[in-house]
Write a protein that binds this ligand. Structure first.
Ligand code: PLP
Length: 377
């Protein structure tokens, strides 16, 4: 399970094909990066912040390591309070995105701590655990178990959960989330919950935060990002919630004070604008666009006879490859016959064999054209 190998290999194979067939118009449906530009209210807020930085009266230097209070207040007020979750300001830490914190949180734990990771998985959980030299138990997510991982066989100290899931595009129900929280409370585990795709949840019964589950504050660290919500993959801002009840809040604060000098004032002002009425409306318009693209892909692939999962509460579609193909041989077939690039599922873990991932962040016209081309496959 080597994530860097996966994306390098995709690039290499695509480039080799393009070199051999310079006339081919390649459609990229595998991308995990967003494609819509930043919403205008966020751009304006960041412009204003840049101007402030250029005037002596409004210039800002270092912010607090855990971020400006106004942003942490807005996060609690908008992302948690309406869902019945109360958090202290000191429990919210502004970051430069989920990616950094998912790696950095590893520093809170001993090398001997056992890690449980559902797979296929976003590669960072595995790579971070390998770098720390920790024993890992993989929890397969397959069609047979409805892509829901079983609880670990061996007691786990650290559990990575990602919902809505990348790459599977599936979510956990309230009951399934509660099972994990109860498991963690019973075994004194810490769940690192990656909620990077929370904004894509549209089914009303699905919890948006794991803290909606009773007792979760004792055992869960929740990692969120403005990347896929507000279009911040290139701006960089996210946040991590470390509740005091986990016993880790003070240690995380110390870690951040030692090794992190804060997220840029400009990014934080941009993130704050995502909570204004205009910001919220603009973000929802972008999310709606990606949702429609997901729907086009889901319907189109189904009509072509493919078995597809996810794509409703997440921007990813998990697609079974036709009989006789592996993830990579289907990737090659799609590339060569249709000039379409997807992401081979096996690159996210052994249980991803036999699947590919399509992304709703892809260009809408490219998706439609790709579906047309796949008719002839
Ligand atoms: N978590 C998951 C599941 C992701 O797919 C990604 C990015 O694709 C990230 C975290 C990283 O997000 P960020 O841009 O906030 O670092």
């Amino acid at each position: 399970m080597d994530g860097s190998y996966l994306f390098t290999e995709i690039t290499d194979r695509t480039r080799a094909f393009q070199t051999e067939h310079p006339e081919a118009h390649i459609l990229r449906l595998g991308v995990g990066d967003i494609t819509r530009p930043l919403p205008q209210p966020i751009v304006e807020a960041m412009h204003k912040a840049v101007e402030e930085m250029g005037r002596a009266e409004t210039f800002r230097g270092y912010s607090l390591e855990n971020g400006y209070e106004w942003l942490r207040e807005a996060i609690i007020e908008n992302d948690y309070r309406p869902r019945g979750v109360e958090l202290d300001l000191e429990e919210v830490f502004i970051s430069d995105g989920a990616g950094s914190d998912l790696g950095n949180l590893s520093e809170l734990f001993a090398a001997a701590n056992r890690v449980a990771i559902p797979e296929p998985a976003y590669p960072a959980y595995v790579d971070t655990s390998l770098m720390a030299g920790r024993p890992i138990d993989f929890l397969p997510c397959t069609k047979e178990n409805g892509f829901v991982p079983s609880l670990p066989q061996q007691p786990a100290d650290i559990i990575y959960l990602c919902y809505p899931n990348n790459p599977l595009g599936v979510v956990l129900t309230r009951e399934q989330m509660a099972q994990w929280v109860n498991y963690a409370r019973m075994h004194h585990s810490i769940i690192i919950f990656d909620g990077a795709y929370e904004a894509f949840i549209q089914s009303p019964e699905i919890p948006h935060s794991v803290y909606e589950i009773e007792g979760a504050k004792e055992v869960v660290i929740e990692v969120r990002s403005f990347s896929k919500t507000a279009g911040f993959t290139g701006v960089r801002c996210g946040y991590t919630v470390v509740p005091k009840q986990t016993g880790l809040q003070a240690m995380w604060l110390r870690r951040q004070c030692t090794k992190y000098n804060g997220t840029s004032y400009i990014s934080q002002r941009g993130a704050l604008a995502s909570y204004t009425p205009e910001g919220k409306a603009a973000i929802q318009a972008n999310i709606a666009y990606y949702r429609e693209t997901a729907q086009i892909l889901l319907t189109g692939l189904r009509e072509l006879g493919y078995e597809v999962y996810g794509g409703v509460n997440a921007p990813y579609i998990w697609c079974r490859v036709p009989e006789g193909y592996t993830s990579w041989s289907f990737f090659d077939r799609l590339l060569h016959a249709c000039h379409v690039v997807c992401t081979p599922g096996v690159g996210f873990g052994p249980s991803g064999e036999g699947y590919v991932r399509f992304s709703a962040f892809s260009d809408r016209n490219d998706c439609q054209q790709a579906l047309q081309r796949m008719k002839g496959l």
